[in-house]
Ligand binder design. Structure first.
Ligand code: 3PY
Length: 248
């Protein structure tokens, strides 16, 4: 299985900056097949722009969230049908910033994952512990609880999700889990997936949380790290491409 390197632009970008960034990435690929599958998850207003810039390229695109509802009176929400209209292949669900600042629960994240999958959009399901939880020895229990909610909701489609392990204490802080620390948690997640699907090897388990051009190779060398969900470094074409090259 090819690794997957997905950018999470978070709430960054402008029409002009996006165009320059995406063109620099595509130029950097020089028409050759990238070493890893690539995707960019961008703010919803820019999905049309990304569709027009990336269509026909080897880079997929997606959203950073999706509504758990199908349609209707949900002001501010974006439905999975709308994401499909703009060719999205992926939707991040349950990023810790949404769990933390928007009160998203395991049940809501599971409902979003289920909604996305049912419409053919691959959910990138984020799990991860806070610093307090890690220090209290709860890392394994927390990530298993978060993933269990999604597995329960998507049931026999579990092999079609992407999982991203993002320790909350490593997000936007510049701190990264060591490759060993990350691998330990990835192995726990793989074992949990094995009990839920006959094809646990099909599930990309990405590491996220300050993965960058300097630390990508050692993280991606771990047996259960199948790619990365990249924050800040996905806003720099050269850094993002270096991470992709490290995923070979
Ligand atoms: C990070 O790299 O900090 C992320 O949160 C990626 O999603």
């Amino acid at each position: 299985m090819k690794k997957l390197i997905a950018g999470n632009w978070k709430m960054n970008g402008s029409l002009a900056a996006n165009e320059a960034l995406v063109k620099a990435m595509l130029d950097g690929l020089q028409g050759s097949a990238p070493a890893a599958d690539m995707a960019l998850c961008v703010p919803a207003p820019y999905l049309a722009q990304l569709q027009s810039l990336l269509q026909g390229s080897p880079v997929a695109w997606g959203a950073q969230d999706v509504s758990a509802h199908e349609q209707g009176a949900y002001t501010g929400e974006v439905s999975v049908a709308m994401l499909k209209d703009f060719g999205c292949r992926y939707a991040i669900v349950g990023h810790s910033e949404r769990r933390q600042y928007h009160g998203e629960t395991d049940a809501l994240v599971a409902a979003k994952a289920q909604r996305a999958l049912a419409a053919g959009v691959t959910p990138i399901v984020c799990v991860g512990e806070t610093l307090d939880e890690r220090e209290a020895g709860q890392t394994e229990a927390v990530v298993k609880r978060q993933l269990a909610a999604v597995i329960h909701a998507v049931a026999h489609c579990t092999s079609e999700i992407v999982v991203a392990y993002e320790p909350v204490w490593a997000i936007g802080t510049g701190k990264t889990a060591t490759p060993d620390m990350a691998q330990q948690v990835h192995a726990v997640l793989r074992a949990q997936l094995s009990a839920a699907t006959q094809h646990p090897e099909r599930v990309h388990i990405l590491y996220g949380g300050s993965m960058n051009a300097a630390n990508a190779a050692s993280l991606l060398a771990q047996p259960d790290i199948d790619g990365g969900l990249i924050g800040g470094a996905s806003l720099k074409a050269a850094d993002f491409l270096q991470i992709v090259a490290a995923a070979r």
